[in-house]
Design a protein around this ligand. Sequence first.
Ligand SMILES: [Zn+2]
Length: 479
Amino acid sequence: MKVLIGAFDTESNAYIPVMNNMTDYRLTFGNDLIENFKGGDIFRAEGIEMIPAVAASGGPSGVLERDTFDYIEGQLLKAVRRHLYDIDGIFLNLHGGSEVEGLGSADHHIAREIRRIVGPYMPIAIVCDPHGNLSKEYVEESATIIRTYRHSPHTDADETCDRVAKMLCGLLKNRRNIHSVYRRLPMLFEGEQSVSTDEPVRSINAYMDALEKDPRIMSCSWHVGYTRHDTPVAGCGIVVIPETEADQAYAEEIADKLAAFAWDRRREFHFTGLAQEPDVALKTALAQNAAPCVITDSGDNITSGSCGWNTYILRQVIDLPKLEKSVLFASICDPAACRKLWTMPVGTQTQLRLGVGYDEMSAPVELDIVIKIKGESLRPVGISAILGHCVTVSVVDRPVDIIITDDRAGYYKKEQFDRAGVDWLDYDITVVKLGYIFPELKEKAAFYVMSLTGGATQQKIWEIPYKRILRPMFPIDDI
Ligand SMILES: [Zn+2]
């Protein structure tokens, strides 16, 4: 038996001034795709041959330019057409948070076009991120099986790919004409309000685990949705998959129960951990006796598509009359500054105008700096990573170091700091371009706080002037 495999990974933040074109994607084809494909081990173990289409990793960034999307989708559809009479099923890893200029969701479009080619019966399994949007057509017509990661941060991503691959193998070896069931919930939350180690997501996940113990239910999922572009499909969703055709009506019943369970907890969603206005957050971090502390610059969260170029917290720190704690900024993206510094030897003292100056949040700062070390910046995206340059500088007469990158890189893994040549544990405070804190940082941090900064990923989404979303929508409207 043969399964066609493909992946598309984009979170489209419409509030940044750049769009996604081909240069933002890493494309993987052929054996490269087969060898690195999450879920691939399951197909190998089951003796199912993988037919590679394409994996396009763009990660969190902007809205896609139409011709870029057309090329990527074209590669997927070409592979489906070419192998239509060889393949028994299709396995797709689609993030779900994308938007194409003038077209809507890329994920939904890809699945719809593939379904159009293969007809209503070929099994299509989709594994996705909870920070993506769903629609009735996407879940109930385009997909046969669709399941999302349970955990945010997504510590169960690989495990979920394996699990969905197993579900598809099971379906291929014992064919049933089953359909995923979808329920929409008129509520919209940011990832930082729906961390899975916290309530109410912990309870929703536990409830889904209990529902899945029933042999009539193959899978239950709960989707947070994606908030960073204005779209009619924005919002939370429920997916329930029956085990057999005879269980279809029961799956509908379970979907209603699960939808009611999540809806009843809508007022429990909250920012996990300490979230404070920027001035208070900095003061709180400075007042800590223990180190290291982490401040997340949540309005400039690169893992949610922001550009990572805001200098707001840097200016807060530089403007302090007295600073006794050491502070690391990891990182600030300024391609021009990075390129200029890259040409100078380590140890050079120079004046630097840091900040791209796109808006008030990214206004430039004049600094006297010494070049400390040069390294690589690493942005993990989907199944691959994008490498850039970085230069770490020390501010003269201030205990402040800044990793300046030529590409946006939200620092949350030791490997990223290693490649920059900097150890964040050496500093009292590290400022990162994230929203919620990621596990590796959380484990080592003595204290962390989310600074509610402005920017392309501002956390107070109820202040975003959406025009196209479903209304009423909780908590924008009090339902
Ligand atoms: Zn996500």
